[in-house]
Write a protein that binds this ligand. Structure first.
Ligand SMILES: NC(=O)C1=CN([C@@H]2O[C@H](COP(=O)(O)OP(=O)(O)OC[C@H]3O[C@@H](n4cnc5c(N)ncnc54)[C@H](OP(=O)(O)O)[C@@H]3O)[C@@H](O)[C@H]2O)C=CC1
Ligand SMILES: O=C(O)[C@@H]1CCC=N1
Length: 276
């Protein structure tokens, strides 16, 4: 399969790396382009098997599946640019939540999907949120899902639910990291241990808790019940958390929904190596 990537920023380069990691080289050729050539050169220096295309048009012409991995402000411009080069048999996948499926289907002659990745795919884990266009057959949907299964757990969602779902699966890693960092920093302040030790304990705790939830069949309540033994100290800690957390996530979701209404997310400075 030849997979093309338009945009090799944070998500584009992550997806490339994840597919390379999860797929035998005999089954996969990757071709990619990026607006600033340095970023692409940096990627191909690390993964020489990635072929370089000069433009989005060339990427499309040389691929069967095309991932559009640009920011919301750039997406429609690129779609217009590649439009004449897309044929019926192409799969065109936007990782951008701002461009609507029916907008793309109205413009493009090919099969169209939206797939919202998550940084967790660096570890070939976490969820890809998937929305397939109306023109896709059951077999074509399964085909795209089977590629996503190599790097993630694909979950089909309604486009109308995308905002809140991507807050959980795609923004979630950052929200969780903020909370875990706060916990570690408090341990340094209150317990006098080193930051390195606090970070290690928190990270391993998070890893183990994630496994309980995803591999060992624990529900949130099971963990709470097993750890917060009656009359014990965890229960006292939970009493502190409850009033402080009440409404915090509602406020967070209201805020992200409001921000998402303004599709034009301002550009941010990123280091050249966007893979981490
Ligand atoms: N970061 C995350 O965790 C997640 C992000 N997303 C979504 O993924 C999308 C991309 O985000 P992210 O990877 O973080 O953004 P980045 O800014 O890191 O990457 C976007 C890349 O697109 C390139 N680009 C822009 N225009 C063109 C063009 N015309 N031709 C070729 N390349 C182009 C940019 O090039 P240049 O080097 O010139 O800037 C840049 O490298 C966004 O819509 C975001 O919402 C979805 C889920 C999770
Ligand atoms: O913060 C953002 O805009 C992107 C979308 C999902 C995760 N990161």
């Amino acid at each position: 399969m030849r997979i093309g990537f338009i945009g090799t920023g944070s998500m584009g380069s992550m997806l490339i790396r994840s597919f390379l990691q999860s797929t035998p080289s005999s089954d996969l050729q990757i071709v990619a382009c990026n607006r600033s050539p340095e970023k692409l050169a940096h990627l191909t220096a690390r993964y020489p098997q990635v072929e370089t295309a000069a433009t989005p048009e060339e990427t499309v012409s040389r691929s069967s599946i095309v991932f559009l991995c640009v920011k919301p402000n750039d997406a429609m411009g690129v779609i217009q640019q590649v439009l004449p080069y897309l044929q019926e048999q192409h799969y065109f996948i936007s990782i951008n939540s701002a461009v609507m499926l029916d907008e793309m289907e109205a413009l493009l002659p090919c099969r169209v999907s939206k797939v919202i990745p998550s940084l967790t795919q660096v570890a070939l884990s976490g969820v890809s949120l998937v929305m397939h266009g109306s023109r896709m057959s059951h077999e074509e949907r399964r085909f795209v899902d089977s590629w996503l299964e190599r790097i993630s757990k694909p979950i089909i969602v309604e486009e109308g639910d995308l905002r809140v779902c991507s807050d959980l699966s795609s923004c979630g890693p950052a929200f969780l990291a903020v909370m875990l960092r706060e916990f570690a920093m408090a341990a340094v302040r209150q317990g006098g241990i080193s930051r390195d030790l606090a970070d290690e304990l928190v990270k391993e705790m998070a890893r183990g808790t994630g496994k309980l939830l995803t591999e060992e069949g624990f529900e949130f309540e099971d963990i709470i019940r097993r750890v917060a033994v009656p009359g014990g100290i965890t229960a006292e800690g939970i009493k502190v958390l409850h009033p402080s957390l009440h409404g915090v996530f509602d406020q967070l979701l209201v805020t992200t929904r409001s921000k998402a209404k303004h599709h034009g997310v301002p550009p941010t400075e990123r280091p050249q190596d966007c893979e981490r």
